[in-house]
Design a protein around this ligand. Structure first.
Ligand code: NAD
Ligand code: UGA
Length: 341
């Protein structure tokens, strides 16, 4: 096998546990009978009811403990580390979203920089076996060489969000080097699925369609140039994380970075066509979005495309869900959750 399976005797701390990825990861760990401590500040960046719905599912498990709080609060973070002594820490709490960082830069510094600093401090003063943290495909900026490999140059972020994630990678490297904290950064690629994030394109377009509003497409509909995203289904993302949790880097390297992406980039317009088809099938009637075409945003990267080699070599896993399968699961969940049919 070559890699260590999940250790169910350890205590896992998951920040952002009521968030999209944090929820699925926590649920998987709990299903495998691990003890999970979840932190989330339940902020209203998007529909809080969805966060409570996710949390409600986690609270069905005896081995789940929820600490409501903010990772930018150092006192709270230290208290949680001291009290629960997690051996594996997964930092997913952050202000996500690329375009939101244009209007709301401050929150990215607080949550993503100060918050992550506190997590590093927690790991420094309460030794852990592995710190795993979310980075982002956005760190590749407008990189032209594809697929994106972990060793590529990544010091030209196009947004403050991307800069905050690249900063996390550098901060983790320094703390790993200084204090021997084994750390792994994960560059996720546009993750989607049921119970996902309402600010992301697939969920936003579904909401806009059912509200009778047009959708806004930011690459002029591909008439001038194509915009590609390496859309990655949530189950694939979580499987990649799970396999890495008990496989920290050795003392010779301490800090590592992996892409977790599907490795099959798709044109935005093809993804949108597939979403219309998936919603049509879920509803049993044809769905066609009213589309408004707008120019590309300066903070958006033109292409994302993950090399999956490093992940596959380390833990023998490569995402395999197609956008047809993944979007159908999203659409089926969406109409049920919103009681549309
Ligand atoms: P999400 O917004 O659904 O989850 C983040 C959770 O963290 C939310 O529930 C939020 O309430 C919580 N949170 C935010 N700031 C906090 C703070 N200061 N203290 C405590 N809780 C806080 O986002 P997600 O899609 O699940 O993303 C998880 C992580 O992965 C984030 O770091 C994000 O930047 C990163 N990421 C996500 C994607 C994606 O496509 N979903 C891609 C690349 C990277
Ligand atoms: C997503 C997440 O939102 C980020 O948190 C994450 O860090 C990033 O993936 C990543 O891979 O690292 P993004 O790829 O911008 O960012 O995902 P969406 O917000 O779903 O947008 C996807 C594409 O749709 C973008 O090109 C965007 O410009 C476009 N879009 C989005 C529209 O055309 N219209 C909209 O209304 C929204």
């Amino acid at each position: 096998m070559g890699y260590r399976l999940l250790d169910t005797d350890k205590t896992y701390l998951v920040t952002g546990a009521a968030g999209f990825i944090g929820f699925y990861l926590s649920r998987k760990l709990l299903e495998k009978d691990c003890r999970v401590i979840g932190i989330d500040n339940m902020n209203d960046y998007y529909d809080v009811d969805l966060k409570y719905a996710r949390l409600g599912e986690l609270e069905l498990f005896d081995k789940f403990t929820f600490a409501r709080g903010d990772i930018s609060d150092k006192f709270l973070v230290m208290k949680v580390f001291k009290e629960y002594k997690p051996r594996i820490v997964v930092n997913l709490a952050a202000q996500a979203g690329v375009r939101y960082s244009m209007e709301n830069p401050d929150i990215y510094i607080r949550n993503n920089i100060m918050g992550f600093f506190n997590i590093l401090e927690g790991c420094r003063h309460n030794p852990v076996d592995h710190l795993v943290y979310a980075s982002s495909s956005s760190v590749y900026g407008s990189g032209k060489k594809v697929p994106f490999e972990e060793s590529d140059f990544v010091d030209s972020p196009l947004s403050l969000y991307a800069a905050s994630k690249r900063s996390n990678e550098l901060m983790a490297y320094a703390y790993s080097h200084l204090y021997g904290i084994p750390s792994t950064g994960l560059r996720f690629f546009t993750v989607y699925g049921p119970m996902g994030r309402p600010d992301m394109v697939y969920f936003r377009f579904a909401d806009e369609y059912f509200a009778g509003e047009p959708v806004r497409i930011f690459n002029n509909g591909g008439f001038e140039y194509d915009l590609y995203r390496d859309f990655t289904y949530i189950d694939d993302t979580v499987e990649g994380i799970l396999r890495l949790l008990n496989n920290p880097p050795g003392s010779e390297e301490y800090s590592r970075i992996f892409n977790i992406g599907s490795g099959r980039p798709e044109k935005l317009m093809v993804f949108v066509d597939n979403l219309e088809r998936a919603l049509s099938s879920a509803l049993g009637k044809k769905v066609v979005f009213r589309k408004i075409f707008e120019p590309m945003k300066p903070e958006d990267v033109p292409v994302t495309y993950a090399s999956t080699d490093m992940l596959q070599k380390a833990v023998g896993f490569k995402p395999s869900t197609t956008i047809e399968e993944g979007l159908q699961k999203f659409a089926d969940w969406y109409v049920k959750y919103n009681k549309i049919v």
